[in-house]
Ligand binder design. Structure first.
Ligand code: NDP
Length: 460
C-alpha cells in the first residue's frame, strides 16, 4: 500500500530502508515469511474527522476568578499543530502577578465558598462538568488531537471518555469522604497548584482537578506550554457548569516562569506535578522544608517480560500497545522488551510484521495508529537517543512508511542487540522506540528488569 512505500525526506525515513542484519531475526516487514501464506494487504480510504466541530479563537486569555482575562503584561505565545506546524492560536503567557491573582482567587473561593460547601453540593458541580464533557466530547477530542498530535481514535476513545469518567467517579466520592479512611470530617488542604505535561493534556487536567475539587480544595492549573487548548476548553466547560468563580483557575505560560511562580507561591498549600524527573527533583528541592504538600508523577523505563510459554499473538499486541500507544509518549510505556532467548527470533519477526501494518500520519484520520510527536524539542530528544543506540552498537529497524513532509514525525522503531548498559536501555526516550533485550532464566529477567533508576511500572 502506498503509505508503506519507501520514500521520505526526513532522516528517520532513511532508517526505514535499513534491513535488519541481526542473524536469524527474520524478514523485514511486508514480505511473506517462507512457508506461510502471503499476507493480505488492505487499501484504506482516508477517513478524516471533521475539524469544523472546533471553534478555535484567535487568542485565549487566562482563566482567573471565573473569567477569561488578559495577562497583566499582555505577553503571549503561539500554540501549533505538531502534525502540520500550523499556528492554532495565540495563548496568554502568565507572569508572576497573574499567578498571584489566580492563587488569591483560589484562596478566597476555598475559604468562602467551596471549602464550607457540603460534599453533596460539590458533587452536583462535578457531575455537571462530567456531563458537559460528554456532550462536548467530539469537540474536545478533535481539539486534543489538533494541539497534541495524537490519533483521533485515541483522543476520542481514551482521553476524553476517561477524563469525563474521572469527574463522574470523584463526584461520587464528594459526599462520602467521611468513610474514605481519613477519619470523620476530613478537612480539605486548601489551594492546590497543579502542573501538568503535554502527553495526555485533558486527562491529566481531570486527574488533577477532580479529586482535589471533590475533597473541597480549589485549584490553579498550569497546562504544558505546547498543549494548552483542551485545558482552556475545560475552563469554558467549568464556566458553563456555573462553578463558583475562583474554584478552578487555569494559567497558561512557561513552566520556568508561571509554573515556578505557582509552586513557589505562599498561598499554595499543595503542589501536584506530573512531568519530567528533572523538574520533579527541582520541585522537591524547592519545596523541602516549606510545609507544602507535594505529589510527583515522573518518568519511567518500563520492562515488559515475555517468557517462552507466552501466547505470542497476545504478547505481540501487548508489546505494540505498550510502546506505540500515544507515540510512546507515556510515562509507563513498555519501552524495554525483555524476551526469553529461546523465542526471541520469532517474537521479533512477528513484531516487525505487526509494525508493518501500523499507519503513521494525519492524527485526524480515524485509521491512524501513530500521530505526530508533540513538539520539536521532544523530536530532537528521540532522534538523539536513537542515534546513540546505533552508535553504541544496537541494531535499528523501522517499517517502511512515508512520514508527512511538515510537522514532527518519527517512524516506529525497534532496536535489537541492545545491552543493559546502552543509553536506549537506561534513559526514558518518550517516543515510539522499543529496546529489545533477551534473558535465559526468570532470575536474569528480574535482575535485568530491575536494572533501572525508575520504578514506575512493569509487565509480564
Ligand atoms: P517538563 O517536566 O519540563 O514539563 C512538565 C510541566 O512542568 C509543564 O507544564 C512545564 O511547563 C512545567 N515546568 C517546566 N519547568 C518547570 C519549573 N521549573 N517549575 C514548574 N513547572 C515547570 O517535561 P517536558 O514537557 O519538557 O518533557 C520532558 C520529559 O519529561 C519527557 O521527555 C519525558 O521524559 C518526561 N515527561 C514525563 C511525563 C509523564 O507523564 N511522567 C509527561 C511528559 C514528559 P512548560 O510546558 O511550559 O515547559
Amino acid at each position: 500500500m502506498s503509505e508503506h512505500e519507501h520514500a521520505n525526506n526526513s532522516e528517520d525515513a532513511a532508517v526505514s530502508d535499513l534491513k535488519d542484519e541481526s542473524a536469524g531475526i527474520g524478514e523485514t516487514s511486508g514480505h511473506p515469511v517462507a512457508g506461510e501464506r502471503p499476507e493480505q494487504v488492505f487499501e484504506y480510504a482516508r477517513a478524516p474527522e471533521s475539524r469544523s466541530v472546533v471553534h478555535l479563537r484567535s487568542s485565549y486569555g487566562l482563566f482567573i476568578d471565573g473569567a477569561f482575562v488578559e495577562p497583566v503584561d499582555a505577553k503571549s505565545y503561539k500554540t501549533e499543530n505538531p502534525a502540520t506546524e500550523e499556528v492554532l492560536a495565540e495563548i496568554a503567557a502568565a507572569g508572576v502577578e497573574d499567578v498571584d491573582r489566580a492563587v488569591q482567587a483560589a484562596g478566597r473561593a476555598q475559604k468562602m465558598v467551596w471549602g464550607p460547601m457540603p460534599g453533596a453540593e460539590r458533587a452536583k458541580y462535578l457531575f455537571r462538568i462530567a456531563r458537559i464533557m460528554q456532550e462536548r466530547s467530539r469537540e474536545l477530542a478533535v481539539l486534543e488531537s489538533l494541539d497534541n498530535g495524537k490519533p483521533i481514535r485515541e483522543s476520542r476513545d481514551v482521553d476524553v471518555p476517561l477524563a469525563a469518567a474521572h469527574f463522574f467517579y470523584y463526584a461520587g466520592w464528594a459526599d462520602k469522604l467521611d468513610y474514605a479512611g481519613f477519619g470523620p470530617n476530613p478537612a480539605p488542604i486548601g489551594v492546590a497548584g497543579q502542573v501538568i505535561p503535554w502527553n495526555f493534556p485533558l486527562m491529566m487536567a481531570a486527574w488533577k482537578l477532580a479529586p482535589a475539587l471533590a475533597a473541597g480544595n480549589t485549584c490553579v492549573l498550569k497546562p504544558a506550554s505546547t498543549t494548552p487548548l483542551s485545558a482552556l476548553l475545560l475552563a469554558e466547560i467549568i464556566q458553563q457548569a456555573d462553578l463558583p468563580p475562583g474554584v478552578v483557575n487555569v494559567i497558561t505560560g512557561a513552566g520556568s516562569l508561571a509554573g515556578a511562580a505557582l509552586v513557589a507561591h505562599p498561598g499554595v498549600d499543595k503542589v501536584a506535578f506530573t512531568g519530567s524527573t528533572e523538574v520533579g527533583k527541582d520541585l522537591q528541592r524547592a519545596l523541602a522544608g516549606t510545609g507544602k504538600h507535594l505529589t510527583l508523577e515522573l518518568g519511567g523505563k518500563a520492562a515488559n517480560i515475555v517468557f517462552e510459554d507466552a501466547p505470542l499473538d497476545q504478547a505481540i499486541e501487548g508489546i505494540v500497545n505498550g510502546i506505540f500507544f500515544n507515540q510512546g509518549e507515556v510515562c509507563c510505556a513498555g519501552s524495554r522488551l525483555l524476551v526469553q532467548e529461546s523465542i526471541a527470533d520469532i517474537v521479533v519477526e512477528r513484531l516487525k510484521r505487526r509494525l508493518a501494518t501500523l499507519r503513521v500520519g494525519d492524527p485526524l484520520d480515524k485509521n491512524t495508529d501513530l500521530g505526530a510527536i508533540n513538539n520539536p524539542a521532544q523530536l530532537d530528544k528521540i532522534r538523539e537517543l536513537a542515534a546513540a543506540g546505533e552508535a553504541e552498537g544496537a541494531i535499528r529497524w523501522s517499517p517502511s512508511c512515508t512520514l508527512p513532509s511538515k510537522g514532527y514525525w518519527f517512524a516506529p522503531t525497534v532496536f535489537t542487540n541492545v545491552s543493559p548498559a546502552h543509553r536506549i536501555a537506561q534513559e526514558e526516550i518518550f517516543g515510539p522506540v522499543l529496546s529489545v533485550l533477551t534473558f535465559r532464566t526468570p532470575e536474569e529477567a528480574v535482575a535485568k528488569a530491575n536494572n533501572t533508576v525508575y520504578g514506575l511500572s512493569a509487565g509480564v
